[in-house]
Design a protein around this ligand. Structure first.
Ligand code: 5GP
Ligand code: ZN
Length: 113
C-alpha cells in the first residue's frame, strides 16, 4: 500500500528494530515506547485496521496473538502484559495499518481510557 508507514517498514524503505519476522508477520520496537517493553506486531499484508477484518483476512490475527505469546515468554513478561489495538480516529489509531501493541515490563496503568 503506497504511503503506508508500516508497509514501508515491511519492505525495508524505513528502518526498524525487528524482534520477530516470518512470511506473514513482522514485530518491531515502537519508536516512542510507552512501557519498558513496547512492540508493534503487524500483518505483512496491508489491512487498514481491526474494523476491516473479515472472514477472508482475519486468520492472521490468531497468528499475531501466537507471536505475542512467544515474544512475551522470550522477554520474560511472566507477570503479565497488555495487547492493544486502536481503531480509527476515536480509537486513537495514528497509523492506518492493523497493528497490535504488546506492552509490558512494569505494572501498567489499569485505566483503559
Ligand atoms: P497507533 O497510535 O496507530 O495505535 O500506534 C502507532 C504507533 O506507531 C505509535 O505507538 C508510534 O509511536 C509508532 N510509530 C510511529 N512511527 C513509527 C516509526 O517510524 N517506527 C516505529 N518503530 N514506530 C512508529
Ligand atoms: Zn500498510
Amino acid at each position: 500500500m503506497e504511503n503506508c508507514l508500516f508497509c514501508k517498514i515491511i519492505n525495508g524503505e524505513i528502518p526498524s528494530s525487528k524482534v520477530y519476522e516470518d512470511d506473514e508477520i513482522l514485530a518491531f520496537k515502537d519508536i516512542s515506547p510507552m512501557a519498558p517493553v513496547h512492540i508493534l506486531i503487524i500483518p505483512k499484508t496491508h489491512i487498514d485496521g481491526a474494523d476491516k477484518l473479515n472472514e477472508s483476512n482475519s486468520a492472521v490475527v490468531s497468528k499475531i496473538f501466537t507471536v505475542a505469546a512467544k515474544l512475551a515468554e522470550e522477554l520474560k513478561l511472566e507477570n503479565g502484559f497488555r495487547i492493544v489495538t486502536n481503531v480509527g480516529e476515536d480509537g486513537g489509531q495514528t497509523v492506518r495499518h492493523l497493528h497490535f501493541h504488546l506492552l509490558g515490563g512494569e505494572k501498567l496503568n489499569t485505566k483503559l481510557c
